[in-house]
Unconditional design. Structure first.
Length: 140
């Protein structure tokens, strides 16, 4: 084998490698890239300020689970939403609207909620102030 055949066969092998990598990359499933990444980054300060407001005003809600009912007690009347996020399956996420003008607490039935790990995000307004509270819970 002379030098010319070795160089040509090396170039052909390299080109086949590049082409096969291109084909492989196009057949991979879509990446998990978050297309709202920059918008979420811009709104981070807003969420952070609402979380700090909870600490400043000592407005952290009390969460208790008794049987098949979860009771969330607020320090003042609240209007907002409670979001249940399931880390293992985004299709099980749920959003509940809350309004505690009738009393300081709200009862949520959890019988339809899957057992396991959940992330609870409570987003509410009280006395014209916005609050955000996040907590990890485990449903038995």
């Amino acid at each position: 084998m002379n030098w010319g055949k070795g160089i040509i066969s090396g170039m052909i092998l390299f080109m086949l490698f590049i082409i096969s990598m291109c084909v492989y990359m196009f057949w991979l499933p879509a990446d998990g890239y978050d297309h709202q990444y920059y918008e979420k980054g811009l709104s981070f300060n807003k969420d952070y300020n609402r979380e700090v407001q909870v600490v400043k005003d000592h407005a952290e809600p009390s969460i208790a689970i008794k049987g098949q009912v979860m009771t969330i007690t607020f320090t003042r009347p609240a209007v907002g939403t409670i979001t249940w996020l399931r880390p293992s399956n985004q299709y099980q996420d749920r959003v509940f609207k809350i309004n505690t003008h009738a009393g300081p607490s709200i009862d949520l039935p959890i019988s339809a909620i899957e057992k396991g790990k959940w992330r609870l995000i409570v987003d509410w307004e009280s006395d014209h102030k916005a609050y955000l509270y996040q907590k990890g819970i485990f449903i038995k």
